[in-house]
Design a protein. Sequence first.
Length: 210
Amino acid sequence: MLIYVAGPYRGEVDRNIQQAREIAIKLWEVGHVVICPHLNTAHFENDCKVSDEAYLSGDLNILCRCDAIVMTPYWEKSVGAKGEYDYAVAHGIPIYVFPEIPDLHPTEIRNPIQAEGFRNTVMQMYRLHLKKNADYSPANILGTGWIGLVTRLWDKMARMMNLAGFKIEIASSEFCTPKVPKNESIDDTLIDMAVYAVIGQLLRRGEWGR
């Protein structure tokens, strides 16, 4: 997994850097890939005219791409580390407080090709989103709103069903009344659709389950 190390930097800077470094080394030795901001911008405060807010914003940009976060001892004393902790809570990123560290994920061990393919495809989707949004601007979605989005999703699904050889029968031309979900929210459904789209690409490339 890609692990982010978070903890105090200010104060006893050299001691804090060394502590984060030692934890990062332990994580590397377990088999994880590690991002350690203490080392990434060590002593930048001496030469780089960037605010603490800018550093935290940049670190959160890195954290959002990570699979878990490991908090160093006394992390609660750091405003930045608390911000990273809160971000992880809000975005469902698993949190560990050293000396607790995450095990290697069984899926990454059992199916390394699948895991790598999924990561690559998700980031490819993100870069494509940046490229397309620059061309079309947000107006292509905002103009038609929720109805337009659902129509686009259905159009893609109907096209996929046709390409896969499934027959689509229309039982009624009347619009359905939206239902209140009992077990799965609309947001969960949209995420599932995106996940299955990635799985479909891996399946076609022969990477799923490998």
